[in-house]
Design a protein around this ligand. Structure first.
Ligand SMILES: *Cc1c(COP(=O)(O)O)cnc(C)c1O
Length: 337
C-alpha cells in the first residue's frame, strides 16, 4: 500500500489493493487443484455466491471479461446472436470476444438514459426463424450501468418478455452489489429473472482478481467447459477465491460509504460550477468538455489526484477513498479548473 496511498486514484474501483485481513485470508486458504474440482475455497466461493443470488451453481473465473464470454458461449452457438446495449461492457469493451472466439454475432441497440434497453426496440431486432438470419438467442443487460441502477419494474418485465420471444437472459452484474445496496433490495430481487449473472470481485469489493458466474447448473456446466477451452482453468485458485470470500464478508455493506462519498463529491463539483449527472452509486460523471483535458489532468496530478481524462469525466469512489480524500479532491479541482 505504498505508491497508491500517496495518490488519490479516481480512475476506477479496480485500483483497490487487498487489505491486511484479506491477505491473511489468502495466506491461510485451504487449497486443492480446482480443475479437478478439488479446491475447497473455490467451491465455497462458488456455492456462496450461487446461494446469495438464488442460483443453482457458480463458476469462479479469472476476469469479468472471461466470465461474460463463457456465459455468451454457454447460451449461444456459432451463428447465433445476442442483443446488448451500445454501451454494454461486454459488447464495447471486451475486444469483441464473442464474435472473435465464439462465432456469435452481436446485435447492439441504443441504451435508454437509465441504462436499460427498451423492450419494443429489442423486439424489433429479433430475427425471424429463417436461414437468412442469425438466430437471436440471448438478451444481455448490465447492472449497474455506468453507475446507474436498472429500475425494478423494468427487471420484472424482462422474464415474460424473454419467454414470449424464446430468449435467454444474461446479466453483466459486475457491480450488482452496488445496485443492491443503492436500492436497498436483496440480491435475488435483482437476479432471479436472469439465466446467468456475472459478478466481479475485483471492483468495489476490493479483491485482487476474480469474477463468479452464477446460473442454472446446465448453463454453468457448459460455461465450465468453455472456461477450460479459453485457458481459464486455474489450479490452486483458492488463494484468489479466499480474497473473494473475505470481500463478501467485509466489503459489501461498506459500499454504501462509497455511494455517500460519490454524492458528496458530485455535490462539491456542482458547487464549483460543474455539470454533474444525477448519481446513484459510486460513479460521478462530470461534464468537462470546456476544459483542456490534458492540462486539467496534469494540474490535478500535481495536487495528488489521478483521473482518466475525458470530456465526460468519470470519477469512481472505492475502498481507497475516505472522507478526507474527497475533500482533498474538491480542493484540487478548485485549484485546477
Ligand atoms: C470491469 C467490468 C467487466 C470486466 O471485468 P474484468 O475483470 O476487467 O475483465 C465487465 N463488465 C463490467 C460492467 C465491468 O465494469
Amino acid at each position: 500500500m505504498t505508491t497508491a496511498k500517496a495518490l488519490i486514484d479516481l480512475r476506477s474501483d479496480t485500483v483497490t489493493l487487498p487489505c491486511k485481513g484479506m491477505r491473511k485470508a489468502m495466506h491461510e486458504a485451504a487449497l486443492g487443484d480446482d480443475v479437478y474440482g478439488e479446491d475447497p475455497t473455490v467451491r465455497k466461493l462458488e456455492e456462496t455466491l450461487a446461494a446469495m443470488t438464488g442460483k443453482e451453481a457458480g463458476l469462479f473465473l479469472p476476469t469479468g471479461t472471461q466470465s461474460n464470454l463463457c456465459a455468451l458461449m454457454a447460451h449461444c452457438e456459432r451463428g447465433d446472436e445476442y442483443v446488448a446495449g451500445q454501451m454494454a461492457h461486454l459488447y464495447r469493451y471486451e475486444g469483441g470476444g464473442a464474435a472473435v472466439l465464439g462465432g456469435i454475432q452481436p446485435q447492439p441497440i441504443e441504451n435508454s438514459a437509465d441504462g436499460s434497453l427498451e423492450l419494443s426496440l429489442v423486439a424489433d431486432v429479433i430475427k425471424p426463424l429463417d436461414f437468412h438470419f442469425a438466430r437471436t438467442r440471448l438478451l444481455c443487460l448490465e447492472n449497474t450501468m455506468q453507475g446507474r441502477v436498472l429500475p425494478l419494474c423494468y427487471l420484472q418485465a424482462l422474464k415474460p418478455f424473454a419467454q414470449t420471444h424464446g430468449l435467454q437472459l444474461h446479466l453483466d452484474g459486475a457491480r450488482i452489489f452496488n445496485a443492491a445496496i443503492a436500492c436497498g433490495t436483496s440480491l435475488p430481487e435483482l437476479t432471479h429473472m436472469f439465466d446467468s449473472v456475472s459478478i466481479c470481485l475485483s471492483k468495489g469489493l476490493g479483491a485482487p482478481a476474480g469474477s463468479v458466474l452464477v446460473g442454472h447448473s446446465s448453463v454453468i456446466a457448459t460455461a465450465r467447459r468453455w472456461r477450460k477451452v479459453l485457458g481459464g482453468g486455474m489450479r490452486q485458485s483458492g488463494v484468489l477465491a479466499a480474497a473473494g470470500l473475505y470481500a463478501l464478508r467485509h466489503n459489501v455493506d461498506r459500499l454504501a460509504e462509497d455511494h455517500a462519498r460519490a454524492r458528496r463529491l458530485g455535490d462539491g463539483l456542482r458547487a464549483l460550477g460543474l455539470t454533474v449527472e444525477p448519481l446513484q452509486t459510486n460513479m460521478v460523471y462530470a461534464n468537462c468538455s470546456e476544459f483542456d483535458l490534458s492540462r486539467l489532468s496534469e494540474r490535478l496530478l500535481a495536487r495528488g489526484v489521478m483521473i482518466n481524462p475525458a470530456s465526460r469525466l468519470r470519477l469512481v469512489t472505492h475502498l481507497g477513498i475516505d472522507d478526507e480524500a474527497v475533500e482533498k479532491v474538491l480542493l484540487a479541482f478548485q485549484g485546477s479548473i
